[in-house]
Ligand binder design. Structure first.
Ligand SMILES: [Zn+2]
Ligand SMILES: [Zn+2]
Length: 85
């Protein structure tokens, strides 16, 4: 595991424990920028497993082609898969 991957895993673990501590009806997740979007409106990277707010998701995926990919991956049905209730 590279250092970068280890940092990603740490983020995922933090977000996961954050999610599980909350009332399942109102779940907020902390983005790397410090914003806490409602998880229903957060974007989860399919590859990293990390949740982002809309702005950071855009940055994370970059422009044009990758954004198109983001739209197809991040529909609400797919996002719900990451949450065990
Ligand atoms: Zn953000
Ligand atoms: Zn990613």
């Amino acid at each position: 595991m590279t250092k970068e991957q280890a940092i990603k895993c740490d983020k995922i673990l933090k977000q996961q424990s954050e999610i599980h501590k909350q009332n399942p009806k109102i779940v907020r997740v902390t983005c790397e920028c410090g914003k806490r979007p409602d998880i229903r409106y957060a974007f989860r990277c399919y590859y990293c497993g990390v949740y982002f707010c809309k702005v950071c998701a855009g940055k994370h995926f970059g422009d044009s082609q990758e954004k198109q990919e983001m739209r197809s991956i991040f529909n609400p049905a797919n996002m719900a898969d990451g949450i065990k209730r």
